[in-house]
Write a protein that binds this ligand. Structure first.
Ligand SMILES: C[S@@+](CC[C@H](N)C(=O)[O-])C[C@H]1O[C@@H](n2cnc3c(N)ncnc32)[C@H](O)[C@@H]1O
Length: 201
């Protein structure tokens, strides 16, 4: 089960080798995911999963906890329906955003409040009934055309863009449109890290 599957980018990958159910609370996201099929898509709330107890071998939760009103409650319901869980998130204790921090000075502070800290996720998994959570970090590098990265910003690819103080998004976008081609030419590299927390009950 992919909880908060969004547009189904990971459900699609996993469905090459496994039977997958993608769950999301947004019908708009699921419409995109459905077009990627052949996995099942279910609209629902991650806090109250519409599945029977022990329905799944594994739940994955990728970049979702920061959206949830009560991630502890969601992890408890995940423990009810799935034997194993993998949470993928950003560790805000170490996250850097490069030029985005210059463009949007409030971004990191907002995310530090939104994203649960890794030790709190480990504690919540234990409290939900999972044993011995394991934390691993994986670095990744993503190379993009500078114009494509500017388009991603224009389309507000980070949900935190919607939470910036009035005017900061527009000012930041203008800064990036001027500064990115000057600094990076037409190739842009994002270096970042995913933190994975996995556990079995
Ligand atoms: C940052 S996106 C991540 C999507 C996907 N996991 C990925 O990494 O591509 C967060 C997703 O969580 C979904 N979401 C937010 N609140 C939710 C809830 N209460 N129950 C289920 N999904 C939720 C959003 O609709 C969105 O698709």
């Amino acid at each position: 089960m992919d909880v908060g599957a969004g547009t189904g980018r990971f459900a699609k990958l996993l469905s090459m080798t496994n039977r997958v159910v993608a769950l999301d609370s947004s019908e708009a996201m699921l419409r995109v995911a459905r077009a990627k099929g052949p996995f099942e898509c279910v609209e629902g709330d991650g806090h109250r999963l519409p599945f029977r107890t022990d329905a799944f071998d594994l739940a994955m939760v990728v970049m979702v906890l920061q959206h949830l009103g009560d991630y502890g409650a969601a992890l408890r319901d995940i423990a009810r329906v799935a034997h194993r869980v993998v949470v993928a998130t950003s560790d805000m204790a170490t996250r850097r955003l490069g030029i985005l921090e210059e463009a949007f000075p409030s971004l990191l502070a907002i995310d530090r409040k939104r994203f649960p800290p890794i030790p709190a996720i480990v504690d919540a998994l234990r409290a939900a009934g999972f044993r011995d959570p394991l934390v691993e970090e994986r670095a990744y590098v993503r190379r993009l055309a500078t114009g494509d990265q500017l388009d991603r910003v224009r389309h507000r690819y980070l949900s935190t863009f919607d939470l910036l103080p009035l005017g900061e998004f527009e000012r930041g976008l203008r800064f990036l449109e001027d500064e990115m081609p000057r600094r990076y030419g037409d190739r842009f590299e994002i270096t970042a890290r995913f933190t994975f927390v996995g556990a079995t009950r």
